[in-house]
Design a protein around this ligand. Structure first.
Ligand SMILES: *Cc1c(COP(=O)(O)O)cnc(C)c1O
Length: 338
């Protein structure tokens, strides 16, 4: 998903930010306090009974835009220079990232352009427009839309906002880790959905800084697991996107990946893959047993638990439910059918 043309993120004093440090998470928490919610951590009786561990759910489903992406977007946009703010930002996403960027941009009065491929569904474009962003449709594929966005970024000086490969984005997502550690300091296993790796990189940085013994598990779908294949190869590789219930986890990690790949290599202990069937079962479990609506990409942690895909489970387990943006008609059909 990240474009090769992604420019260096520039910090407030104009220096490139080259890494994410533990204190960046604390700075991020202060920065995003007025824009993103502190989300509930709830004990799951059903999953605790099923696994024999104490399982807790971190409900990023309760964020205002329906996913954790709000945290990273808030931290990135608040850290723009005044000059960058007046020029505006650009990104490529009709999903949770685009929604979060559009939402935060409107709150801060920053012009936002979201570039999407031509065949993107009209209701998705309408949803982004409703949030006040300018939508530019261009190209037949995600790659072509990205190339066009990179061009607009250069021409108009719009700041490119990566969905995951950016120190501020990573630090913003890492505030989830701080909240978990405060409420459950004896957590020993963290189970986190994984795509480009911004979410787990930030959370795992928080966790490993608190204790190297906290086990971090990334979960993604069997269909097109870009980070898992890149880890196996030892360098970022491209994958062919396949249709999946976990649509918010689709896309590559960027062949020019600068931050998340190295952080995942360093801080993530295990990557588990889940089937489409397991994701469907997890979404149904979330509604029936936990009374929570979770999108496919947000339910992969539950899927891994239910399917026994986590190698080593500790006693105090937190599963991050990363998003709620699922088509309700599709979800109700799934619940009725399966
Ligand atoms: C983006 C997203 C993820 C994956 O986050 P990365 O930082 O790309 O690993 C997981 N769940 C949901 C709901 C998302 O929108």
């Amino acid at each position: 998903m990240a474009s090769a043309a992604t420019p260096n993120p520039i910090s407030k004093n104009g220096n490139p930010k080259s890494a994410v440090e533990p204190r960046d998470l604390y700075l991020a928490r202060r920065t995003i306090a007025a824009l993103a919610r502190r989300t509930p951590l709830v004990h799951s009786v059903a999953l605790s009974e099923r696994t024999g561990a104490e399982v807790h759910l971190k409900l990023e489903t309760a964020q205002e835009t329906g996913s954790f992406k709000l945290r990273g977007a808030a931290n990135r946009l608040v850290n723009l220079t005044l000059d960058e703010r007046s020029r505006g930002v650009i990104t490529v996403s009709t999903g949770n990232h685009g929604k979060a960027v559009a939402f935060v941009a409107r709150k801060l009065g920053v012009p936002a352009t979201i570039c999407v491929p031509e065949q993107v569904l009209a209701h998705k474009v309408a949803a982004i427009r409703k949030l006040g962003a300018t939508v530019v449709t261009h190209g037949a594929s995600q790659d072509e839309a990205e190339a066009h966005a990179a061009e607009l970024s250069r021409e108009q000086g719009l700041v490119w906002v990566s969905a995951f490969d950016d120190p501020w984005i990573i630090a913003g997502q890492g505030t989830i880790g701080l909240e978990i550690l405060e409420e459950l300091p004896n957590v020993d296993t963290l189970i986190v959905p994984l795509s480009g790796g911004g979410l787990i990189a930030g959370i795992a940085l928080a966790a490993k800084t608190a204790s190297a013994a906290i086990r971090t598990v990334g979960v993604t779908m069997e269909r097109g697991p870009a980070m898992a294949m890149s880890m196996r190869a030892g360098h970022p590789v491209t994958v062919v996107d396949e249709p999946t219930l976990a649509d918010s986890l689709m896309g590559g990690i960027g062949l020019e990946n600068r931050y998340t790949f190295a952080m995942v290599q360093r801080f993530v202990d295990e990557v588990a893959l889940v089937s489409e069937q397991a994701i469907a079962a997890a979404m149904a479990h979330a509604v029936r047993e936990e009374r929570v609506v979770v999108e496919g990409g947000g339910a992969v942690g539950i899927a891994a638990l239910l399917a026994g895909k986590v190698g080593e489970l500790g006693r105090q387990v937190v599963v991050v439910l990363s998003g709620a943006n699922v088509d309700m008609a599709a979800l109700t059909a799934m619940l009725a059918g399966a």
